[in-house]
Design a protein. Structure first.
Length: 134
């Protein structure tokens, strides 16, 4: 199946946290997003990007990640966290994102439900970015 949407000039950039690796790969394939390892890469490419944020253990790394997200805030279209309610990383991602771009999903969703919820969020973000009325 073809991706729902392929952006050209204004590529969609997504941050996922707390997602299983298989779900992250499925989302990246579905939306034709390239996966990246660090928020700094948001500024280096014009294609759609997906950052699968990993767990961060030290406060120094957490602060550096937070600062990088803030630096690229305008280029990030959605930050979606899954199953990490109340953890430091969730709070940091929430504070480092515009309120309209932050989404938190329950960790009790199975893989298909998780994909369906992310698809609803991202399809709405893609439509909003292209001024399409659903």
């Amino acid at each position: 199946a073809a991706p729902f949407f392929q952006k050209t000039r204004n590529a969609m950039n997504i941050v996922l946290y707390g997602f299983p690796e298989a779900a992250t790969r499925r989302i990246a394939r579905h939306y034709a997003l390239q996966t990246i390892d660090a928020p700094e890469e948001f500024g280096s490419r014009d294609t759609g990007l997906l950052l699968h944020a990993r767990r961060i253990s030290s406060n120094e790394q957490l602060l550096a990640f937070y600062n990088a997200l803030l630096h690229h805030e305008e280029r990030i279209d959605a930050v979606i966290v899954c199953g990490v309610e109340g953890c430091n990383m969730e709070r940091m991602l929430q504070y480092g994102s515009a309120q309209s771009k932050f989404y938190s999903l329950s960790g009790t969703l199975d893989e298909e439900e998780l994909f369906d919820q992310v698809q609803l969020i991202l399809d709405a973000r893609f439509a909003e970015g292209n001024r399409i009325n659903l």
